[in-house]
Design a protein around this ligand. Structure first.
Ligand code: ZN
Length: 396
């Protein structure tokens, strides 16, 4: 097998990895299966290097599969052209063979369990506001936000966005009515969870309250929201961390106040880009505090004065930041605060990060180290120059 074969297989790996991720799963070692394991049956059946943008993948939702249907839809764009015309069953067979080589048994069991979990919810939970389950621009977003995204220029974005601290972007996003409906839907879901004595999975390792929106039917809507309304922004403001290739998300709400979480410790998110929008209700406290963006190596280093920033939530207003931007939430001292979180991820960025060492231009500490190295090197060059002929003599 030539090295070309391996290169062609690589993007599919990212896609596969990504399609599965819907929880706190980023640490999975897909690489433990060698890439050379992905071999299509013959030369003209190799996966494509780039996805076919024009091809509209089929839905696999109704099929009994041992991988998430969304993986099949994502992978379908990478199928070799002759495969695109064959029937769904044949496509599934072809893709399944590839997937089997990437995902170890333990992982498949976990994915299957999560699918069963979702299926149980979808069959038994009656949504309160069905209009939330399809993205409706006019009902969801405030008009200036919609206009800025449609205009799709950095200038139009800047006209509605402020950047109170480097890398922290805030803007008016959601209509009050939408916030109310979503809050009511979440309450309704929690009521059902309690009544049915259903064991609910919490949104992440740090929040004990809240719910994963993707688990009760909002995944498709949130996917569209990310693709159409967040990716244009992250493409401009967070290109260096995969902002232009966001392709999956983890969407959830967190709840703070009496009988809920009080505050949230200092952390980084399992996302490339995080959207955090306050939905309400009445509350005091609960400020977000930011302390600079850091790579894995520097995550525990100190902060510079210019990196220290506190933000007070306003219902309907969004905050957009890198997942690696260290932050936490102060205590919500009275009332009840609910926030919508969308962790946006890029499988391409995560895959590339494995192979490239210098990937941290966005890390405050790496940046400072680099500047310091440059300063020392310039100083060293100067002292060498001073010890030999003066510059102007040599240039004549
Ligand atoms: Zn660093």
């Amino acid at each position: 097998m030539s090295s070309g074969d391996r290169r062609e297989a690589a993007p599919a790996a990212g896609e596969v990895k990504n399609g599965v991720v819907s929880g706190d799963l980023s640490q999975r070692q897909i690489q433990s299966e060698p890439a050379s394991g992905v071999v299509a049956p013959s030369q003209n059946q190799r996966l494509r290097l780039n996805p076919s943008k024009d091809h509209k993948p089929e839905s696999y939702d109704d099929m009994q599969l041992d991988f998430s249907p969304s993986i099949f839809s994502s992978l379908e764009r990478y199928l070799p052209p002759p495969m695109l015309g064959v029937n769904r069953e044949e496509k599934v067979k072809f893709m399944r063979e590839i997937l089997m080589k990437y995902l170890p048994q333990g992982e498949r069991t976990r994915v299957q369990r999560h699918r069963d979990y979702r299926q149980k919810i979808i069959t038994n939970y009656q949504p309160l506001h069905r209009e939330l389950y399809n993205l409706h621009i006019g009902n969801f977003f405030v008009p200036p936000f919609v206009k800025a995204i449609q205009d799709n220029t950095e200038e139009s974005f800047r006209s509605i966005i402020s950047e109170p601290s480097p890398g922290v972007f805030t803007f008016e996003m959601l209509q009050p009515r939408f916030c109310e409906l979503l809050l009511a839907e979440v309450e309704n879901f929690e009521k059902w969870v309690n009544e049915a004595k259903f064991r609910i999975m919490r949104p992440n390792t740090m929040n004990k309250y809240g719910a994963v929106l993707d688990d009760f039917g909002l995944e498709t809507m949130l996917d569209k929201l990310m693709e159409t309304y967040i990716r244009p922004l992250s493409k401009v403001f967070f290109a260096e961390v995969g902002g232009s290739t966001l392709d999956s998300h983890h969407g959830f709400v967190v709840e703070y106040g009496k009988d809920r979480d009080v505050d949230l410790g200092f952390h980084v998110d399992d996302s490339e880009v995080t959207l955090n929008v306050c939905l309400g209700k009445q509350f005091t406290g609960g400020e977000l505090f930011f302390r600079g963006t850091r790579c894995e190596k520097h995550v525990n280093t100190g902060s510079q004065t210019e990196e220290i920033f506190d933000y007070s939530h306003v219902p309907g207003r969004a905050v957009l930041h890198r997942g690696r931007h260290r932050h936490g939430a102060r205590a919500t001292t009275s009332g009840h605060r609910v926030n919508l979180l969308l962790w946006c991820r890029s499988s391409v960025f995560r895959e590339m990060k494995r192979y490239q060492k210098d990937f941290s231009s966005w890390c405050g500490e790496c940046f400072r180290e680099k500047k310091e190295r440059q300063r020392l090197s310039i100083a060293a060059t100067k002292s060498v120059k001073n010890s030999v002929l003066p510059m102007h003599t040599r240039t004549i």
